[in-house]
Design a protein around this ligand. Structure first.
Ligand code: ATP
Ligand code: MG
Length: 318
């Protein structure tokens, strides 16, 4: 199996507080889970669910522990059509676990037990797996979780470009300065950014990468740093597309829905956008589709929904 769309990095389960404003230290309060997660895994699962009519194949490279948490992630990915042959089961570490708590001000608090999540390494990147590659998606989290995971991302990038000089490299720099020193973020993102065709940042991430305030100006500046297409994700407001031909940006409004859990919206959006792009849709059509998939995600509790292509069409038709 040599997939058209490949993504790699951390695999986790999320265990979520059922009630908001309930600190992790509240003894005996309820959690709900496990929910399969890990930003790159949410991306590939979304791509797999949205690719059904186009028949692009999807595959994932990552590491789990030899436990039920790991198997439930693999089962979910398989159920949705992702090739999991390159997911390694590691002895001696548990599958990554993130305990997640929401607050009424919209903030989230994590307790993170990395386990096997950062164990993806260059040895996990099998050259032949990239023989048919059309699109490789890299995430900032995969670059930052560990040095070997970062090297694995760089190796995947190099092989993808060698195997297919026209490969579409997409990049979601899902990192924030409060998570990691800004200088380190810029340094580890640079080799990816210079090879990126489609950048999928939030406003804060665009400002951070461009080194200037103002999300639109930041996206305009980033067009000179490698990416040809920048899709600025703007939560309930949808997204804005920046290219050199549309320097001022094309706004693509979001869908009005009730937000239950925003975790994973950006990654679900990304997977859908890449499928639309590979299908040959114009940028606005792909962005509208991705907005629908992001909006469907936020109505679902847990990071990796079961939303189908038909659900997205239904919302688009409204
Ligand atoms: P995260 O990193 O938490 O996954 P993000 O910052 O990368 O999120 P967002 O802009 O929050 O990305 O969400 C991605 C997309 O999902 C938005 O561009 C939009 O299309 C959709 N979306 C997010 N929140 C909402 C909402 N409340 N209502 C409707 N659509 C939403
Ligand atoms: Mg994001």
């Amino acid at each position: 199996m040599c997939p058209d769309i490949i993504c790699l990095g951390e695999l986790l389960v999320e265990i979520m507080r059922t009630e908001i404003d309930t600190p992790h230290g509240s003894i005996g309060a309820n959690y709900r889970g496990p929910f399969p997660s890990g930003a790159p895994a949410i991306f590939i699962d979304s791509a797999a669910r949205m690719t059904i009519p186009f028949k692009f194949s999807t595959g994932y490279i990552g590491v789990i522990g030899d436990d039920e948490f790991g198997y439930c992630i693999v089962d979910k990915l398989k159920k949705d059509g992702v090739d999991t042959s390159q997911i390694r089961i590691m002895n001696g570490k548990t599958t990554g676990i993130a305990f997640n708590q929401y607050n009424s001000d919209g903030s989230r608090k994590f307790i993170f037990a990395a386990g096997a999540a950062g164990e993806t390494s260059p040895e996990d990147i099998n050259e032949d797996y990239f023989n048919n590659i059309k699109s490789l998606h890299i995430m900032g989290s995969g670059l930052s979780i560990s040095e070997n995971s970062r090297e694995a991302c760089y190796k995947a990038l190099k092989i993808a470009k060698e195997k297919n000089p026209k490969v579409i490299i997409s990049f979601d720099p899902n990192l924030r300065p409060e998570m990691l020193d800004l200088e380190i973020i810029l340094k580890i993102c640079k080799p990816v950014l210079s090879s990126t065709k489609i950048l999928l940042p939030s406003g804060e991430e665009a400002e951070m990468l461009a080194g200037i305030k103002g999300e639109e100006e930041a996206c305009q500046n980033l067009l000179n740093m490698g990416p040809e297409i920048i899709i600025l994700k703007q939560g309930k407001d949808g997204c804005t597309i920046f290219t050199k031909n549309n320097f001022n940006g094309i706004k693509v409004p979001g869908f009005k829905v009730k937000e239950i859990d925003p975790t994973g919206a950006g990654d679900s959006f990304g997977g859908a956008f890449i499928v639309g792009f590979l299908a040959g849709w114009d940028l606005e059509k792909a962005a509208k589709f991705a907005n629908a998939v992001g909006a469907l995600k936020v109505q679902y509790f847990g990071p990796m929904p079961d939303t189908s292509y038909e659900d997205a069409l239904e919302l688009l038709g409204k």
